[in-house]
Design a protein around this ligand. Structure first.
Ligand code: N7H
Length: 558
């Protein structure tokens, strides 16, 4: 692909950055819509049998906040929710904070340096990052004009609480039980490799907010699990499958120029960042050519993205006892039963066979990666489809990963091209201490107010909350008739605690589910570009900025 490496010896931007020994560069595109590399020829799992490859879009990486396209990917994170002071002080506070915001160019550069250092056993660089996102009420507090405020889509204008009926947050998950504030204006997302750096950054941001007259409404810490890094609290490896992004992800499948690592389809960046082409099919049926540009809200939303945050509490003891109680009845090992619910084993190994997996390995007997750990390598772990398993005999059609991304399945909401328009960039991190049944209660009582309070800080980015997060939650996960009548609800995130789940195959079962994930907070945010933050922080004109920061032509509506 026409991607050029721009070498960066040091990360100098922002006082927060403490890079050491950084030498590798960030991959950025060389030119707008340059033709891509010709295909190497047909291969397995190839999504473009004609060998077509799309043009490469040029992204304004230095104008796009870093967590969106790069992902902070840090072991220590903190989210400071706050309200602005009134009047001009709101803009002054935004001005102070926006100067510390890390962009996608520097976070991508850091991440590739970190990866290079890790693979060569060199000292690991460290960094501390800050990003900032605003609610609709926050934009109002910043004096954005009425017409611009009204231009935003309903989901963002209304916020997550008001949308609870649509996404199924009822019963214990109802907003009346949430512990997050119902009047946030903004959230500062902090991330660091070292806990001490995170604490310093949080102390600085907190005093900046308070000194300016703002109020911290909720302070949430997240951290990778020390006992099982990379795994969420139920024990499964998380962050395994992410969409590739044209112009950001390096094509790395010799058999398919439209994939990053094998199995990772490259999507148009407008799925995640406003102002760029979307994945919406244009007629080639393969989404290889750019779809219409992503437009949402006023022109200055270009290079911004919508952030969905959900504080999802996990009942680990309940989940484990459900698995051990039901697996035996279902005639399966606990490992296999858990994999049937999720679609992957705890190791991350998919239930479906991956390309080039040794023929003798039966995914129904046990986790095949025990015998062949190479299945867990990044060029294999996502190299599978569901199309050969139409009835879900191997991976149930309502398993969490199949519900939330049906890959090549034909479904009532469309085939693969349509499903690619409902993808999200997940940036979650666990919160709370690990559940360790054998340890004393002291560990579980780490938070006196919520002694069993652990779970996932679910964050995801998209260009349309309705078409992406809400669609996945409401139309796919919560619907027991998706993809086929009675196939069941998503056993992990469906909000109906007593739903059913079908396990077809030789050990066919219908399982009655219980609720193990409870929503305890959340909201919808808009994460503006760096330039838009600067414009929003500028006292004059008093009304909102109306120009398009990148100076690009007007967009077609999606
Ligand atoms: Fe899910 N889990 O531990 O079971 N998720 N998730 N998720 N999830 C995934 O690929 C989990 C949640 C998606 O491309 C894996 O990272 C838990 C919400 C999507 O193949 C595991 C919670 C939503 C994918 C989990 C939770 C999604 C995905 C497999 C809440 C959206 C990628 C590893 C506590 C509405 C699908 C991986 C693909 C994967 C778990 C929440 C969506 C293990 C515990 C709220 C799109």
């Amino acid at each position: 692909m026409d991607q050029a490496k721009s070498a960066k010896q040091t990360l100098t931007r922002r006082a927060f950055v403490r890079g050491t020994g950084l030498s590798a560069g960030v991959l950025v595109t060389a030119a707008a819509c340059t033709p891509g590399t010709p295909p190497a020829g047909p291969g397995p799992n190839q999504s473009t049998p004609t060998g077509l490859t799309g043009p490469t879009p040029e992204l304004q990486l230095s104008n796009i906040q870093g967590n969106i396209l790069a992902g902070f990917n840090k072991d220590h994170q903190r989210m400071l929710f706050f309200t602005f002071p009134s009047g001009l002080a709101a803009k002054q506070l935004l001005s102070t904070l926006q100067q510390q915001v890390a962009n996608s160019e520097e976070v991508l550069a850091f991440n590739s340096s970190y990866k290079a250092a890790a693979s060569s056993n060199s000292p690991l660089p460290t960094a501390t990052w800050l990003n900032l996102a605003l609610t609709h009420a926050g934009l109002t507090a910043l004096g954005v004009s009425r017409s611009d405020l009204q231009a935003f889509p309903d989901s963002f204008r209304q916020g997550m609480r008001a949308r609870s009926g649509l996404i199924g947050d009822s019963g214990p998950s109802a907003p009346s039980n949430w512990i997050t504030s119902n009047a946030d204006h903004a959230v500062v997302i902090l991330a660091a490799d070292r806990l001490s750096d995170l604490s310093d950054a949080a102390r600085t941001a907190t005093s900046q907010i308070k000194n300016a007259g703002g109020t911290i409404t909720f302070d949430q810490t997240g951290a990778a699990r020390e006992d099982e890094p990379g795994h969420e609290h139920f024990g499964f490896k998380d962050g395994v499958s992410q969409p590739g992004i044209r112009g950001v992800t390096t094509p790395n499948n010799p058999d398919d120029p439209n994939q990053g690592v094998p199995g990772q389809d490259l999507l148009w960046p407008g799925e995640f960042v406003l102002g760029y082409p979307t994945q919406i099919p244009t007629g080639d049926g393969l989404n290889v050519q750019p779809g219409p540009l992503a437009v949402s809200g006023p022109a200055w939303t270009t290079d911004g993205s919508y952030l969905v945050f959900r504080r999802l509490q996990q009942d680990v003891a309940g989940f484990q006892s459900f698995i051990s109680g039901t697996a035996a009845t279902a005639g399966m090992s606990e490992d296999l039963f858990g994999a049937k619910l999720v679609g992957r084993y705890k190791s991350g190994c998919p239930l479906e066979r991956t390309e080039d997996q040794p023929v003798g390995l039966d995914t129904q007997l046990a986790d095949p990666s025990i015998l062949d750990p190479s299945i867990l390598q990044e060029d294999k772990i996502n190299h599978f489809e569901f199309g050969d398993d139409v009835n879900g005999n191997v991976c149930p059609r309502s398993a969490h990963v199949r519900k939330t991304y049906p890959r090549d399945d034909q479904t009532p909401t469309g085939g693969e091209a349509a499903s690619q328009t409902h993808r999200i960039l997940r940036r979650g991190i666990p919160f709370g201490a690990s559940y360790l049944p054998e340890s004393s209660n002291a560990l579980h009582a780490a938070d006196a107010a919520f002694p069993h309070d652990r779970g996932l800080l679910f964050l995801c980015y998209q260009s349309s909350i309705e078409r992406q997060f809400e669609f996945v939650q409401n139309r796919w996960s919560n619907d027991e008739d998706f993809p086929t009548r009675g196939s069941g609800e998503d056993p992990i995130i469906s909000q109906n605690a007593s739903g059913v789940f079908q396990i077809p195959g030789s050990q066919a079962q219908q399982v009655t589910l219980q609720g193990f994930v409870t929503t305890t907070g959340g909201d919808y945010f808009f994460q503006p570009s760096i330039e838009a933050l600067q414009l929003l922080a500028t006292p004059q004109p008093a009304a909102a900025p109306t120009q398009n920061p990148a100076g690009r032509p007007p967009r077609n509506p999606i």
